[in-house]
Design a protein around this ligand. Structure first.
Ligand code: ZN
Length: 458
């Protein structure tokens, strides 16, 4: 076996690993790079020939794991993509949205470029490219059920408990085994189950997003969120929650419903899910009972929709979204993007960030260089659509909602895998990876920190 890393080696994005077993080539994830130099890195050659890849095994739908699939297919991939049923549906949603954003940006740049005589910016990929990806989806992976591939290779998907449909992938071939963790979920999250660690393996490729941190408990994070909402409404303001559309937004609805039902949140609260993608994702979450945990299953069985709240508005179209600006207080607005790097949240920030009676509640990961990071780090003024906006709203950062396992959970997950010959640590900032490497070595587990393009013989 030969293992080569083609992403997520110096940060949390661009997940992509190539596993060669005899003549068979498997790609585990094909994610997009995000943040600094993203465009350049995404459009560089893959480092392998896409037409020679036989299978793509997809751990989950998030863009940093699926976002370069359209480029892979455009550059010749004709193999089979294998994923769980929920991942397949969510990936379609996520990729179509990514293509649409790129097409819009290219059109905008073309208009400006013509005026300023700049170079023509082309969309990295289009809706048509995404349609071609959908044609490549083959067998559906069912949790815990082994699928045979060519060359006597066997693969089994285990619930990674990160988002709906997410998986850790266990691969066996030639008397050896290797696990790709995918993104490992945070225990006790609503809707999805806790992560199910795969059986002991000879080799492990493992994410380390929160490898250097411990989350606060979910119960105290929920209480902190509710207190922030109550205080803001008492001050006469609105609450903005920048949120990822897939996973986080649905959890949030789940908690808000519990808050209203238990009287911990006011029933006059108007909740706006201001994101077409989050609205569609919520539909997909409803459609996949095979991924639900016991609590969510019981709710549906007793005819309670876990995502429905009195006073909830789905705003798909732009006019309805703009109409939200009429609310000066009592509104809770959930919109993307989670890191405020684009999307409808920017409009809401423009209307509310300068108002001291309002609150911005960050509940997700904010990468360096993003607007969310600037606000969290205490900027007194930021630029939105080129316009300076004062930061006067109260800023809350609540990290207990993370969809990622924290340091202790990652260590516990790894302990289930026995004593692998080597564990390759990826998908983390330098500090997170170093801390995990230190702590795994301390308990006698050999660790490698791969660089992009490095090949290991297993
Ligand atoms: Zn993820």
């Amino acid at each position: 076996m030969k293992l080569t890393f083609h992403g997520a080696c110096d940060g949390v994005t661009g997940s992509c690993s190539l596993l060669e077993i005899g003549r068979t080539r498997l790609l585990i994830d094909c994610g997009m790079f995000q943040g600094k130099d993203a465009e350049e890195r995404n459009t560089q050659p893959f480092g392998f020939d896409p037409s020679e890849i036989d299978y793509v095994l997809l751990t989950h739908a998030h863009l940093d794991h699926s976002g370069r699939l359209p480029l892979l297919v455009r550059q010749g991939f004709r193999g089979e993509i294998i994923a769980t049923s929920a991942t397949r549906e969510l990936t379609k949603l996520v990729l179509l949205d990514a293509a649409r954003l790129q097409e819009e940006e290219a059109a905008r740049e073309a208009r400006h470029g013509r005026r300023r005589n700049r170079r023509v910016v082309r969309a990295m990929y289009t809706t048509a490219d995404v349609e071609n990806v959908l044609d490549r989806f083959g067998r559906i992976a069912v949790y815990n059920r082994t699928l045979p591939l060519a060359d006597n290779i066997r693969v089994t998907f285990f619930d990674a408990g990160h988002i709906l449909g997410s998986a850790s992938i266990f691969i066996e071939a030639r008397g050896r085994s290797i696990v790709f963790s995918g993104d490992i979920g945070n225990c006790n999250k609503p809707v999805v189950r806790d992560p199910v660690p795969p059986p002991p393996a000879d080799f492990v490729v493992m994410e380390t997003t929160y490898g250097d941190r411990c989350h606060r408990s979910i119960a105290s994070s929920v209480e902190e969120l509710f207190a922030a909402i109550r205080d803001t409404f008492a001050r006469g303001g609105n609450v903005l929650v920048p949120s990822f559309a897939v996973g986080r937004a649905q959890e949030l609805l789940f908690y808000l419903r519990e808050g209203v039902e238990s009287g911990r949140l006011p029933d006059f609260m108007q909740v706006f899910l201001d994101s077409p993608m989050a609205i569609s994702a919520t539909e997909i979450f409803r459609r996949h009972p095979e991924c639900h945990d016991a609590e969510t299953t019981a709710l549906f069985q007793s005819d309670t929709d876990p995502f429905d709240i009195p006073g909830l508005h789905y705003t798909r179209d732009v006019t309805a979204s703009m109409a939200i600006n009429r609310f000066r207080s009592g509104a809770l607005i959930i919109a993307g993007s989670g890191m405020c790097s684009g999307g409808r949240i920017l409009h809401h920030l423009r209307h509310n960030l300068w108002r001291e009676e309002c609150s911005i509640v960050f509940i997700g990961f904010a990468a360096r260089g993003t607007l969310a990071r600037q606000i969290i780090d205490g900027a007194s003024e930021v630029r939105i659509f080129g316009e300076p906006i004062k930061v006067r709203a109260r800023i809350h950062t609540i990290n207990g909602f993370s969809a990622h396992a924290d340091h202790n959970e990652l260590m516990a997950w790894h302990r289930h895998l026995g004593t692998p010959i080597t564990t390759y640590l990826v998908h983390g900032d330098d500090k997170a990876i170093q801390r995990m490497a230190h702590d795994l070595r301390k308990i006698g587990r050999p660790v490698e920190l791969p660089e992009c393009g490095t090949t290991y013989r297993l």
